[in-house]
Design a protein around this ligand. Structure first.
Ligand SMILES: Cc1cc2nc3c(=O)[nH]c(=O)nc-3n(C[C@H](O)[C@H](O)[C@H](O)COP(=O)(O)OP(=O)(O)OC[C@H]3O[C@@H](n4cnc5c(N)ncnc54)[C@H](O)[C@@H]3O)c2cc1C
Length: 324
């Protein structure tokens, strides 16, 4: 089966979640004896796009041009449909994000394709085509059969693990792709993007150090920032912390904030309310630091430290620095 993988770039660099999508899509192609092709939008050097080959893709269709530099789900979905028709693709892989879900929904309507979002495993292709997806904010899994000719899978972060040592050295062939886009695709366009000051994006971060009301006040955040810096981690927080303006709103994690799925989530002085857990239970390993041994977060933790954050954080920071 020919597989088409929609990817996202950040300043011309392929996002980590998109690298995972390429690897996932290449494995689906390998399973079905097809080829994996990538579709990329906006400015990027060919040398960056060729890297898709290391993750198993044979070809990259590159739709460039000023109009495609900013996220636009209408234009991207239109172009995706044209790429699917050109490549005769049967499976479309998209990594889960706000943009990814919007593009998937639009493309599904145009292609009359079945779409499943939050996919966590490679599909079972055995006469039927079944995928496992995460439901109830990661608390359960559902198996879904897709019966349409074209299938769209929106893949959750960490669905496939990237082993840097197992990557190929092959480069993908990059081809210019010029979709016919309509004026109506650009009815609403992004004219300017102001990025959050934080250097690391929470949704892309491998490690997140996050603080709750247990950090006491905004001017007592330094021990948490020191640990984040020692680990090369992004920083997050609970909702009350951002509501109180202790930390910026873009750091708010949870049901009503950002949903994250890092390899390591370190929660400092966060109680573990269900609404916070809804945003973090895609994390591979959760470490909880809380002085209350009955804090609900411990039930969701892989490792728990019962103690005062202000005593524990400096020790962890020192240990992390010594390791480096
Ligand atoms: C509709 C709705 C949506 C919501 N959405 C979200 C959301 O998206 N994200 C979110 O986070 N919340 C959300 N909430 C709020 C949520 O219910 C909790 O109130 C909130 O997560 C609690 O934040 P917290 O753990 O920082 O604070 P608290 O509940 O006050 O917990 C502080 C914790 O710090 C510990 N602590 C105190 N001092 C120390 C110390 N010195 N050392 C170690 N530990 C210490 C305490 O034992 C306690 O467990 C939502 C609520 C509602 C009703």
């Amino acid at each position: 089966m020919s597989v088409l993988i929609f990817i996202e770039l950040d300043n011309g660099v392929i996002k980590k979640t998109s690298l995972e999508a390429i690897l996932y899509g290449s494995k689906v192609a390998e399973k079905t004896g097809g080829e994996a092709t990538v579709l990329a939008f906006g400015s990027a050097d060919s040398s960056e796009l060729e890297k898709a080959g290391h993750y198993g893709a044979t070809k990259v269709l590159h739709a460039s041009g000023e109009k495609l530099n900013h996220e636009n789900s209408l234009a991207y979905a239109d172009a995706l449909v044209q790429a699917v028709n050109q490549e005769q693709s049967k499976v479309i892989i998209i990594s889960k994000s706000g943009l990814g879900d919007a593009v998937a929904a639009r493309a599904a309507a145009k292609l009359k394709a079945g779409v499943v979002s939050g996919v966590t495993e490679l599909p079972e292709i055995n006469g039927s085509f079944k995928v496992t997806r995460s439901i109830y904010t990661g608390k359960a899994f559902a198996t879904t059969e897709i019966k349409s000719d074209i299938k769209i899978l929106v893949v959750k972060k960490n669905a496939v693990e990237i082993d840097e040592n197992a990557l190929s050295t092959v480069q993908a062939v990059v081809e210019a792709f010029s979709p016919n886009l309509r004026d109506s695709d650009f009815k609403a366009t992004v004219t300017n993007v102001e990025k959050a000051a934080s250097e690391l994006s929470l949704t892309e971060a491998d490690i997140i150090v996050s603080g709750g009301r247990g950090m006491k006040s905004p001017d007592q955040w330094q021990p948490l920032l020191d640990l984040a810096s020692a680990l090369g981690a992004a920083t997050g927080c609970s909702k009350p912390v951002s509501d109180l303006d202790w930390r910026p709103h873009h750091e708010h994690i949870g049901q009503t904030g950002i949903k994250v799925a890092p390899n390591l989530y370190i929660a400092c002085g966060i109680s573990g309310a269900i609404q916070h857990l809804a945003g973090v239970n895609g994390s591979k390993c959760i470490v909880v630091i809380n002085k209350d041994p009955e804090a609900p977060f411990f039930k969701a933790a892989d490792y728990g430290i019962v103690g005062d954050v202000f005593e524990i954080l400096p020790k962890l920071t020192e240990a992390a620095r010594n390791l480096k």
